[in-house]
Write a protein that binds this ligand. Structure first.
Ligand SMILES: C[S@@+](CC[C@H](N)C(=O)[O-])C[C@H]1O[C@@H](n2cnc3c(N)ncnc32)[C@H](O)[C@@H]1O
Ligand code: SF4
Length: 458
């Protein structure tokens, strides 16, 4: 089957994105800080042994109408000050429960827009992290930035604090499109910004784009990606615009302006894959692209890719993730624990109790196994049953029983040339990787078919 709209329409069903397993809609409120403390302590002897830290900064000077992230705008400096103090308190209390001989291999600052707060606030937290933890020499220290608020002096400061990875939210290069979605244009040419990050020793430099925004056409998006290719970032992400106005009220404004038709969105997807592959990028999954020499592309080619809520990462550097700040999610071997989403609820709770747990999920052994199966397909496009069996010290038949494996669910994939399947393995073809979510759904023992709560798989 060709990569065309007929193919994508066939497999374009509602399904989880599998950024976690079980997906976040399984999280429930019957989890409290005592459970979190138990899981923190247990995580010290579980895999992976490294520590990843995630700091969530829910502040943006202006809110883009399309935004699906947990953020706020219009907060004054005293609120940000109070927030930074709460995050520092949370870090200290979580650290009290961790084996501090474990090494930190990843620090990720996300948001919101972390670079929109004072650099001195970022530095305070980075100093605390450095005083508290052992940071591995090759640690990836990443920050998500909007170029609307980025000066060259900020890049100097970030490099001075030890940051070595950056992801820039571009979304589109057309200023009229940015204006209509209420987004501020970059302060300096993105090419110069990327060049300066590179001079300062940053690698894995990523640019984020979104297709499916108002006024975008297949031609305009092609031009935007051509500009991106000229800039030569190490990585490019092309997100499909996730329209969930029932959760994000502001997105209704985009309906008023008018969104591209589904067929145009699919054309943008097909064109972007071809365009970026022709430009020498390796496509990872449906929407991530990396230069062949980039760590992520190398990990993908060597089947050593991993994934967490912050995106793809390599198996070498990944750790169990400890999240700090409003809405952040800790992803431990045994549990997911999410903080309160509202910034004031988060700060009140941390100030009173040191924690702000809102919901989460504790995984039993069978769910841990199903997670390994799903991750294997989602990240590396291969599932080898006897490897999972030996990892969990059970037989292949037991593995198949636990995930309620049913070969008949794979017939269509096989006939369409999307997988090769035998008794011990499922290997996903290059084209099959476009619909890895659908294949993962067929291996998911907990999936309630037909649930409309998920976005479309394509
Ligand atoms: C936290 S933001 C990145 C940093 C910064 N706030 C910015 O916008 O430049 C993470 C990314 O999520 C993506 N995003 C936000 N809302 C989205 C939506 N509704 N659908 C798809 N992608 C979305 C954007 O591409 C954005 O760059
Ligand atoms: S700047 Fe980034 S996080 Fe902030 S509203 Fe826009 S897309 Fe969302």
């Amino acid at each position: 089957m060709e990569l065309n709209s007929e193919f994508l329409n066939k497999y374009n069903v509602s399904g989880p994105r599998y950024t976690s397993y079980p997906p976040a809609n399984f999280f429930h409120a019957n989890i409290n800080s005592d459970n979190y403390i138990e899981e923190l302590q247990a995580s010290n002897t579980q895999k992976p042994e490294n520590i990843s830290l995630y700091i969530h900064i829910p502040f943006c000077p202006l809110r883009c109408h399309f935004c699906g992230c947990n953020t706020t705008s219009g907060q004054n400096r005293s609120v940000v000050r109070r927030y930074i103090d709460a995050v520092k308190k949370e870090i200290k209390i979580v650290a009290n429960n961790l084996d501090l001989n474990r090494r930190v291999t990843q620090i990720h600052w996300g948001g919101g827009t972390p670079n929109s707060i004072a650099m001195s606030f970022i530095e305070e937290i980075m100093n605390l992290i450095k005083e508290t933890f052992v940071i591995a020499k090759n640690a990836e220290i990443a920050i998500e930035c909007s170029p609307a608020y980025l000066d060259f002096s900020h890049i100097d400061e970030l490099a001075g604090m030890g940051f070595n990875r950056v992801s820039l939210g571009i979304q589109d290069f057309r200023e009229d499109i940015l204006e209509v979605v209420n987004r501020q244009a970059p302060k300096h040419p993105v090419k110069d910004i990327v060049e300066y990050f590179r001079q300062k020793g940053f690698s894995g430099i990523n640019l984020d784009f979104i297709y499916g925004l108002p006024m975008q056409t297949t031609e305009s998006f092609r031009e935007t990606l051509n500009k991106a290719i000229e800039i030569k970032p190490d990585r490019i992400v092309t997100f499909s615009y996730a329209h969930v106005p029932w959760v994000k009220e502001a997105q209704k404004k985009l309906e008023e302006i008018g969104l591209p038709q589904a067929k145009d969105k699919i054309a943008m997807l097909i064109n972007s894959i071809k365009q970026l592959q022709d430009a020498g990028y390796i496509s990872i999954g449906i929407d991530h692209f990396a230069k062949p020499e980039d760590d992520l592309a190398q990990a993908y080619l060597n089947k050593k890719l991993h994934r967490n809520f912050q995106g793809y990462c390599t198996l070498e550097t990944t750790g169990q993730v400890y999240g700090f700040g409003a809405s952040s999610i800790s992803q431990l071997w045994g549990a997911y624990i999410q903080n309160r989403k509202g910034i004031f609820e988060y700060m009140d709770s941390v100030e009173k109790t040191g924690f702000a747990v809102e919901r989460g999920y504790i995984l039993n052994k069978n769910e841990q196994l199903a997670r390994s199966v799903i991750n294997s397909i989602m990240c590396n496009g291969i599932l080898i049953f006897d490897e999972i069996a030996s990892q969990f010290q059970i037989s292949v038949d037991e593995v198949k029983n636990i995930i309620a494996f049913d070969k008949s669910r794979f017939l269509d994939f096989e006939n369409d040339g999307l997988i090769q399947i035998n008794n011990n393995s499922i290997t996903v073809s290059d084209k099959g990787r476009m619909i890895a979510r659908n294949i993962a759904m067929a291996l998911d023992p907990a999936l309630k078919q037909g649930e409309a709560i998920y976005s479309k798989t394509v």
